[in-house]
Design a protein around this ligand. Sequence first.
Ligand code: KE4
Length: 441
Amino acid sequence: MSAPHITPQKKRPRSTEIFSRAEQVLVGGVNSPVRAFRSVGGGALIMERGQGAYVYDADGNELIDFVCSWGAMLLGHAHPAVTAAISEQAKKGTSFGVTTELELELATLIRDAIPFLEKIRFVSSGTEATMSALRLARGFTKRDLLLKFEGCYHGHADSFLSQAGSGLATLGIAECPGVPDALAKLTLNAPYNDLAAVEKIFANHGSNIAAVIVEPIAANMGVVAPAAGFLQGLREITRKHGALLIVDEVITGFRLHNGAAQQLLGIEADLTTMGKIIGGGLPAAAYGGRAEIMNRVAPLGPVYQAGTLAGNPLAMSAGIATLQELKKPGLYERVNVLAGKLATGLKQALSDTKSPAQLNSYGSLATIFFTEKPVRNYSEAKSSNSKRYARYFREMLDRGIFLAPSQFEAAFVSAAHSESDINRTLEAAREVIASICSNDD
Ligand code: KE4
């Protein structure tokens, strides 16, 4: 994807210099493609530190952070309870490769919040969680096919990379080289929110579909909410055909309330994946579900999955401290009220300027699409004006507001954001939207 030519007003000499050295040794200067800011042009940031709702780049700019490490930092950066838990644990050692009580503690916190997760296995990334859940589903059903949705992203394991969202959408990679055809053929895609397409696929392949995997609120094509009945329809169709339903809550787990999005949406998956928030900013993720299914995983069953740092004591400590904070009364109400204020204010700014744009939001997730049509799936998301999004991103960054450096991601509101942060963001957005929507690009 060619980066749009955007000339940022603000120069960032230290970020530029450090990033150019990073490019000499790190592929593209990054350890995850979206951090290269290629789809928004203007060069990537080097971040130095974070505190609460703010991050500080290498040039000392204070930015209101709506990336939040792609949703992981729901409590904000350097939360005292989390940093204290990590430093306390670090003094006792960082990894033993043997079970610690911390793993039991975090698993119990998760299961108390989400009782249908009878058994849980920790891994170190969302990719490992979804990859393992798929292997388990294939092992449990003795079937091979996977059905996913265009524009959803479930990490970078081979089976999930066709028509995927997030970084692949950002870079315009529809089919990823390196995935053997024989494996790629086992992944089927349907448009998000299109139950008729799912019915058709099951009519043709139902007896060989091991699982359907879905983001309950899509956030990797930008934010797209499930249509009424869509998720319930997936639940019925998978049950009817003996396929497992995997709900990927790596983003939504503990995002919308103290538990899984499924509990708000009235569905219960066979397997659920989680990550980001449950690790409190350290590498921890998990998959879980009914004991009948999970007990097929080694050492109880033959489905193999393992990991040197799985259940890592530091990550568990950060996750425990995070989930304990998230249980505090009023926290989610405050986040959701602030997020609602942001969404309402952005919608107002777009309608005041008569800009052809959609503001898709759900709880503390939001994305602006510069298109006059509603965005309900990936092809509609891709039809939006991503060059205009790039200008929006750049202009907001120059005003101290750090949004996702890609159209196909979400903005995240955290518990650290304040009313004045939201007001400042809306003030900047009104100015930027008015200016970029008055030019043709
Ligand atoms: P990780 O392997 O990146 O921890 O998790 C993969 C994953 C799985 N499922 C969902 C719904 C996800 O959103 C993700 C990862 N999210 C992206 C951002 N949308 C991570 C950011 C990146 O790739 O750098």
